[in-house]
Design a protein around this ligand. Structure first.
Ligand code: HEC
Length: 141
């Protein structure tokens, strides 16, 4: 056997061990600093704290007032078919509707051909969204 053949593999193993060791140290360093950042200990930026507060203003979604107005529209325009408070009658129980707010809004505007009238000409756009918000609020109840 030549000397190269004897030293070659062990040098290779040493280099591999060194590489693994430095990778481990790197990993530990970054892992610890990431943990510290996550816990807010490090000097780095804390994205969670700097983010603006979650929007809670009613302008971002239907307010209780809108839903109450929608309930009035519903009683006047919809309950004859859908029952009081949408509990069902001639037309389906809306408490169990799988539709999302956008689909509910579209159905109120356009109706269901041959089954439900369109309300785009009977209710103002605001009244349509209030009624949709009310119907949406019924789900899970
Ligand atoms: C003339 C009776 C009638 C009136 C009035 C009526 N609907 Fe309907 N509506 C129906 C019928 C019937 C269906 C079922 C259509 C079908 O089989 O796809 C329906 C379906 C719906 C659906 C879809 C339910 C689902 O899960 O598929 C929504 C939402 C809905 N109506 C909301 C309203 C709202 C809100 C109003 C008042 C603005 C209203 N409807 C007025 C008869 C009516």
């Amino acid at each position: 056997m030549s000397p190269e053949a004897r030293t070659g593999p062990s040098e290779g193993r040493a280099a591999l061990i060194a590489a693994v060791a430095s990778l481990t140290i790197l990993g530990l360093t970054f892992g610890v600093s990431a943990l510290m950042r996550g816990a807010g200990i490090g000097a780095g930026p804390t994205p969670i704290a700097s983010r603006p507060a979650e929007p809670t203003s009613p302008a971002d979604g239907p307010s209780a007032v809108d839903i109450a107005a929608g309930k009035t529209h519903f009683a006047e325009q919809c309950s004859s078919c859908h029952g009081d408070a949408g509990a069902g009658g001639y037309a389906p129980n809306l408490h169990k509707s799988p539709l999302d707010l956008a689909r509910i809004t579209a159905i109120i505007q356009k109706g269901v051909p041959g089954k439900m009238p369109a309300f785009a000409s009977k209710l103002s756009p605001a009244a349509v969204s209030q009624t949709a918000a009310y119907v949406d609020s019924l789900r899970g109840h």
